[in-house]
Design a protein around this ligand. Sequence first.
Ligand SMILES: NC(=O)c1ccc[n+]([C@@H]2O[C@H](COP(=O)([O-])OP(=O)(O)OC[C@H]3O[C@@H](n4cnc5c(N)ncnc54)[C@H](OP(=O)(O)O)[C@@H]3O)[C@@H](O)[C@H]2O)c1
Length: 442
Amino acid sequence: MSKSIRVSLLGLGTVGSGVMRILSDHAGMIERRAGSQFDIRHIAVRDLGKQRGVKVDPKLMTTDWKAAATAPDVDVVVELMGGTTAAKDAVLAALRAGKHVVTANKALLATCGDEVFNTAREAGVCVAFEAAVAGGIPIIATLGTSMTGNVVESLEAILNGTTNFILSEMFSKRRAYGDVLAEAQKLGYAEADPTMDIDGTDAAQKLTLLTQLAFGKKIETSEFLRQGINTLELADMLYADELGYRVKLLAMTRLIGKHLEMHVEPTLIRRNRALARTDGAINIVELRGDAVGRLIVSGPGAGEMPTASAVVADLVDFAIGRTQLTFPRLEIWNNDSPLTVLPAEQIERRYYLRFNVEDKPHVIADIADVLGRQEISLASVIQHESPEQSAAAAAATGGGVTIVPLVIMTHRTTEGRIRAAEAEFRRLSCVRSPHIRMPVAD
Ligand SMILES: NC(=O)c1ccc[n+]([C@@H]2O[C@H](COP(=O)([O-])OP(=O)(O)OC[C@H]3O[C@@H](n4cnc5c(N)ncnc54)[C@H](OP(=O)(O)O)[C@@H]3O)[C@@H](O)[C@H]2O)c1
C-alpha cells in the first residue's frame, strides 16, 4: 500500500484550484508515479463564503493560514497565496515547524529568497519552486539538475506573458500600446494594476532567480538595467520589422569573464530566432552551456493548469525524495561567488535609435556628429517621409517646421557611450524629445 503525504494548501485561487483539479482528476496516475497519495488536510483562504471553481470538503477550509502552515498533521505546505507579507510569514513558519514547502511565489523568493532558503536549511527541510518562474516550463529542473555538467554561458528569455501578449498584438494587429493594454485588462490577461509587468519588474525578479541558479551568484534586481515597454510605439515595431527584427521584452544574463552582463529591456531580436517568434502569453528561455550548446525551453508561462502542473511536479518530487537530494546542493543565494554584475556603462551591443527631428538641412549631420564624438558608428539610417505625416506634423507645429521620424542602427558600442551621446542629443534643437532607444540582440 502506498504511503500518504499530508498537505496544507495555502490559497485556493487560480493556481490552488488547478492543483486541486490535477490531484483529483489524475489521482491514480499520480499515486503510481509518486508512490504516495496526496492527502489534503487544510486549505487556507481569505474568504470562506467565496464560490470556488473546484469541489472541496468545506471542513478542510480555514482562514487561519498560520495554523494550516504549522499543523502537526502535515508534511508539505503548498504556498499559493502570493505577495510578500502573509505568504512570507506562512512559509517561514511552515519551515520552522519542519514542513517542506512548495511555492509558486516569485516575488517572495526574489525579495527574501535567501532568508527562506537559510531557514529551510537550518530546519533540515526543502523548498521547491518550479512554478515560480515561467509557470509550466520546467526551467528550474533544467538548470538545477540537467545542466549541472555545464558552465552556463548565457541565458536569454521572455519571462513575462502580459508584455509579450501586448507586444505581439501591437505588431500583428497594427494597434497602439494603450488600446492593447486596455483590451488585455478587459480579457484578464493583464492585472488591474499591470505596473509590475509593464515596467519590467516581474521579468527582472524571474531573471534574478534564474541567474542565481544558473551562475551560483546572489543578485539583487536593483543591480542591473531594467526598462519597461510603456514608451514603445507601433512605429518602433514596424521599423524593427523593416530592419529584420522583432521587439521583445528580453531578459538576459551573459557570462563575460568574471562578470555577469544582465538586463531586462525591450530589445530588437533577429526575426529568425526562436525568441523573436515567441508570441502571445508564451514564455521561452534560451540557454547556452559550454558542453550542451544551445538549449531552448518554451511553453505557457502562467495560467491555472500550466502553473499547477509545475506545483504538482514539485509535490511528486518530494514524495519520491528527489528534492531532498537536490535541494541541499542548489547553488543559489551564494555570496561567495567571485562573479560581479558588469557595470551598465560597460555593456557592449548595437542600438536602435528613433528620433523625431526637424525636417531641415544638417539634421542627420548634427546627429552623426554627436555619435562620432562618442566613437559610435552608424550601421544604417531610415528616414521616410509620407505626405500625411508631413501635413499632420506641419499642422501640429503651426505650419512652421515639419517633424519627421529618423531611425538609426549603430554598430557595437557601450551603454556608457550611448548615454553620453543622449545627453548631447537633448541639447540639439533639431531633435524633439523624447527619443526611443533599444538594444539589439543579433
Ligand atoms: N496565476 C498564475 O498564472 C500564476 C503563474 C505563476 C505563478 N503564480 C503565483 O502563484 C501564486 C498564487 O497566484 P494565484 O494567481 O493563484 O492568486 P489568486 O488567484 O489571487 O489566489 C490567491 C489565493 O490565496 C488566498 N489568500 C490570499 N491571501 C490570503 C491570506 N492572507 N490568508 C488566507 N488566504 C489568502 C486567496 O483567498 P480567497 O480566494 O479567499 O481570496 C486565494 O484563494 C502567486 O504567488 C503568483 O505569483 C501565479
